[in-house]
Write a protein that binds this ligand. Structure first.
Ligand code: SF4
Ligand code: SF4
Length: 247
């Protein structure tokens, strides 16, 4: 059994802040006061009950400097899995607020910590969730383009249109829960199979990716179109944190 300590319910929130040793815990404005400590404290309850815990945090320009500290706190608290993803601008703001190379530096810093913790036998599994990890690992040599890959085949990266969808309690189907305006149907009104081979086609037009279509990592990455589309609703826009220069 896996419990995802995630969401916006008071007391069981994504760890959305970090703190320096000895400093007061951060209370993010959209969480209840004390949510940071409460989340970490509950990891012990889950462990004693034999339930696996997953901590996911959201990274933006506001808290990027705190993420390595959050990682340390999560390991110390004994979480089973840790991952982070980028904040997805869906409200008034249109920007994650992170320069591409600053984001790459975060990945490098976290990669070093992940490796050190793993070498020390740490119980936490580090999920490299953001697809820009593929770009990072391509540059470091940890990921190589597979020999014999079939042209036109999608092998990994963003799951939108190829292996996931979101169904809301209303029955509304979204291509991705993080892509605003990506409603593709309703399960109470049509067959899911029809939605999958019909409206979902709008999210499989890989040649339309403004930047990725010209990148050798197209079949393995595509960044996060939810973050890209946060700016102006264009699913196929360039990922704002992708630092790769493509011709
Ligand atoms: S251009 Fe697209 S596919 Fe290439 S590294 Fe950037 S986000 Fe990934
Ligand atoms: S749009 Fe982003 S969050 Fe949605 S499936 Fe693709 S990578 Fe994941």
């Amino acid at each position: 059994m896996c419990v995802l300590v995630f969401g916006r319910q008071p007391g069981y929130n994504t760890v959305a802040g970090g703190r320096a040793p000895g400093a007061a815990p951060p209370d993010i404005w959209f969480r209840k006061p004390g949510s940071y400590d409460c989340t970490l404290e509950k990891l012990g309850c889950l462990r004693r009950a034999g339930i696996r815990s997953v901590i996911m945090t959201t990274v933006s320009g506001t808290n990027i400097d705190q993420v390595p500290g959050i990682l340390d706190a999560v390991v110390e608290a004994g979480a089973d899995v840790f991952a982070f993803a980028r904040y997805c601008p869906t409200s008034g703001e249109k920007d994650v607020g992170i320069e591409p190379l600053r984001y790459r530096q975060l990945l490098a810093d976290c990669d070093a910590k992940f490796r050190a913790y793993q070498a020390a036998g740490c119980r936490t599994y580090f999920n490299r969730k953001d697809h820009l990890w593929t770009l990072y690992e391509y540059e470091t040599g940890a990921f190589q383009l597979p020999a014999g890959a079939e042209p036109g085949m999608i092998y990994g990266g963003c799951n939108c249109g190829n292996c996931h969808l979101t169904i809301l309690p209303t029955g509304d189907v979204y291509a991705c829960r993080r892509v605003q305006n990506s409603r593709v149907g309703n399960v109470f009104e049509e067959r899911l199979a029809d939605v999958w081979i019909g409206e979902m086609e709008r999210y499989r037009d890989y040649g339309r990716f403004a930047k990725c279509a010209r990148c050798e990592l197209l079949a393995y990455c595509r960044g996060c179109p939810a973050v890209a589309s946060g700016r102006d609703g264009d699913f196929y826009a360039a990922d704002p944190q992708c630092w790769k220069e493509v011709g």
